[in-house]
Ligand binder design. Sequence first.
Ligand SMILES: Cc1ncc(COP(=O)(O)O)c(C=O)c1O
Length: 457
Amino acid sequence: MPKADSPPPSTPAVAELGLTVKGQVQSSSDLNAAVTAAKQRFVGRNPNSAKLFEEATEYLPGGNTRTLLYSAPFPICMKKGEHYQVFDEDGHAYTDFVGELTAALYGHSHPLIQESLINTINNVGLNLGSTIAQEAKHAKLICERFSLSKVRFCNSGTEANLHALAGARHYTGKRKTVVFSGGYHGAVLGFWDGVQDNGVDKHEWVIGRYNDVEGAKKLIEQDDIAAVLVEGMQGAGGCILGTNEFLMQIQESAKKVGAVFILDEVMTSRLGPGGLQAIDGLKPDLTTFGKYLGGGLAFGAFGGRVDIMAVYDPRSPNSLAHSGTFNNNTLAMNAGFVGLSEIWKPEVAVEFNKVGDAFRASLQEVTRGTKMSVTGRGALNAIHFSGNGTTEISCREAVDEDWGLKDLFYMEMMEGGFWITRRGSIALILGTPQSELDRFVSVVEKFLERHRTLVSL
Ligand SMILES: Cc1ncc(COP(=O)(O)O)c(C=O)c1O
C-alpha cells in the first residue's frame, strides 16, 4: 500500500503524453482541434472505462446515476481509492483533487475511520431501528463546534436544506424563500439560471444576484419572506466568494423582517474549525451541513436556533415530522464523530486551509495575464477559463466560461495524473503531499505555455 506521502506510482511525464510540448499550438482557431486530439488520446488510454460505460448504459440512463459524473465521450471509471489517490480501471493513478466534492476530506483510507467502521460493524451492528446513544454524542459535538442550540441528522445536504426550509416555512407561516443565481443547495435545489426543471415546487422562490448588497436588501425586506437560503461561498457555482458586506446585509435584513436566515455550509463548514460563519462573524438562524461530517458516509444535518428547531420536537402537538430510515445510522454516527473529534481537530482545520490558501496563491501567480483564473478559499478552489476576458468573478452573471478550454484542461490534467472535475473544482484532501501540489502548479504552467495562443488575454 503506498504511503500517503509517496508519489503516484504511474504518473506519466507531460513530455510522454504525445502533446505538442516544444512547439506551441499556434492558432487560436485550433481550440477545437486541440480538444479533439485530447479526446482521441483519452479514448486510446481508457479502453476499460469505455467498455464499462457501454455495459452500464444497458441499465442506467446514460450509463450514469449521478449526472455530474458524466462527461463525453465517456466518464473515467475508478476502481479504488487509497489515501490521497484514486486508481482507474485502466491502471492510471491520479492525485485526487475531486475529493468527492468535499466529502472525501479525510482521504480514502484514514486508519481512524476504518477502525471506527470495523468496530461499529463488529460491535454495534447495522439498522437497529431505534435511537442510539451515539447520535446524541455526535449531535453535542456538532452543536459545540458550529455554535448550534439543536441539530437534526439526515442523509444528504439536499435533505438538510429541504428540512431547514420546511422548518422555516412552518415557523414563520410564510412561503417565499430568497435564493441567489448560481447557488446550489442540492439535487432539486439548483438555481444556475433560475429555477431548474427538476426543482422542488413547494416553495415560492425569489432569485437575487449573488453579492448584490442592495438587491438582496430589497428582496428580503418584504412582508412575505419565510427564509433566505445562501452559501457563504458558492461552491458548485465555481467557488465564488460572498463578500462580508453581502452576507451581513442578508443577516440584517432577515432579522429585520423575521425571515429565517439559513446558511448552507454543506461545503464551507470545512473552511475553519467553526465553519465559514465563525470566520466571517455570521450568526445564521439555521445552518445546513453534509459531506465529510458523516466520516465519508451519506450524511446531512441542519440545526441552529432553539425556537426554530422546536418545530421538529415530536412532543409538541403541532410539530413537523422528520423521517428518514438512515437518519441516525450507526456507521455515519460513529465514523462522523471520530472524524470530527479525532481527525478534523480545530488546529488541523486551520493549518490545512492555510495550505489551500498558499496553493491557490501559487496557481494565481502562474495564471496571471491568462484567461485562466482560480477562485476559492482555504482548501476549496475552482478553475475558470474566461470567455470574455473577465477574471474578476463576483457572481454567476460575471462568468462566461470557455468550455472548450475547460475540456482541454480537464483532459490534459488527467493525462498529467490529476483527477479534477470537468467544471474545474478542486477540493483538497488531507494527506496530499506538498510535492503533488507543487507538481500541479508546474503542470498548469506548462499547459498555459503549450497553449499560449489559446489562453492569452
Ligand atoms: C452548498 C451545497 N449544498 C447542498 C449540497 C447537496 O448535498 P448532497 O449532495 O449531499 O445532497 C451540495 C452538494 O454539493 C452543496 O455543495
